[in-house]
Design a protein around this ligand. Sequence first.
Ligand code: PLP
Length: 446
Amino acid sequence: MLQPDRETRVEWTKTVTAFVEDFIEGLEAAPASSPGTAFLSPPPAETPGELAELLATFGTAASQAVETAGPRYLAYFPSGGLYSSVLAEFLAQATNRYTGVASTAPALVALEHSVIRWMCDLFDLPDGSGGIFTTGASLATLSALHTARQDRLGAHDPNGTIYVTAQTHHCVAKAAHITGFAPERIRVVPMDAHLRMDVGQAQAMITEDRVNGLKPFLIVGTAGATSTGIVDPLNDIATLAAREDLWFHADGAYGAAFQLTDRGRATLDGITRADSIAWDPHKSLFLPFGTGVLLVRDEAKLRAAHVADGDYLQDLDHGTGLPDYADLGPELTREYRGLRVWLPLHLHGVAAFREALDEKLDLARHLRTELTTIDGIEVLPSGLTVVVFRGTDSERLLKDINGSGRFFVSSTRLDGKFTVRMCVLSHRTHREHVDEVIDLVRRWRA
Ligand SMILES: *Cc1c(COP(=O)(O)O)cnc(C)c1O
């Protein structure tokens, strides 16, 4: 019963594929968001159900949502979810290989490792660098913070202090909380007029904290802030970190992928000096949610912070020369996440990703420029593909844009004031969509 015959499997796959095709073709016309009320599924019955019926239930549930996969989703960080990645996931789950320890599937681990190596090379990380695919940047940051603590403080030291800015993503505070640091051990460094870390102030705070018996050990530079897309002065932060012997973590959850482009590489100057980099392929490589990565300058430090053993693992061979991913992160049994990055990169070629990212940079610049020409709209400084602005009544403006059903955008607070925020990042978003949203704002009246 749990192993359907070939005919049934083919039939099921056909049914699901047809559903997916209709879904993808419908994205261009689909409403940007559809209201819904959570309806409860009955508990699973003792007897078998019908796939078509269950798929209809899923379809109804999936349609009552913000259309995050569509071309008019400009909120938070859009990522359409490349179809090639979906197929990779199907293959990975169907073969269901164990890749926590390399010896049980060495060639597959080598495939995954080749992507990590390519990523390390993109950031000019040296021999001995490495990393691991995670579910997202939050988990990558947790592992980075834990590794930094082990490396710089030796063990847990409640006096360890971490330097961030008010624009740093909350995953750093969350990771610090989980790893046992009191909230006051997170030191919020003032920013300059462009919302970038004021590195001179960071130096002053570190010096003063040392005098007061605290143990500065980690500084976080953001490579593309969530609210604004703005990049911290990473090079200056790297210099400060080297001088003060701090671990330098670069949060490139959103921005790291722009290293593939010439403009991005210039903007991210200094990221190559980081001790660790968090990066979300489920943002700026257009992959489905659940795909993050942590890169580290020294893989041995990541291993030292995570390795563990048990008698039940004594049969496993650790001598393959490949990374045993179970030793590099909190998970023992893990998904084979590498394939959903490997297949798209090989199938489409790296140039396709570079061109798509360049297109998004152009579109964001176009959006910024055009919004500036609209009466009553104040465009604020932003970076990469994020655009932030205010209208005469920004909250109404946001409501009206989302109420149109054509677009879904989000907001943030800058200088304590409500600010509309758009991000162009989906591989499905093109010039015509951006022109349409510009038109919507142009025609808007408070
Ligand atoms: C999205 C984001 C995160 C958190 O990443 P998740 O993948 O959602 O866990 C961290 N930092 C920045 C700058 C982000 O934009």
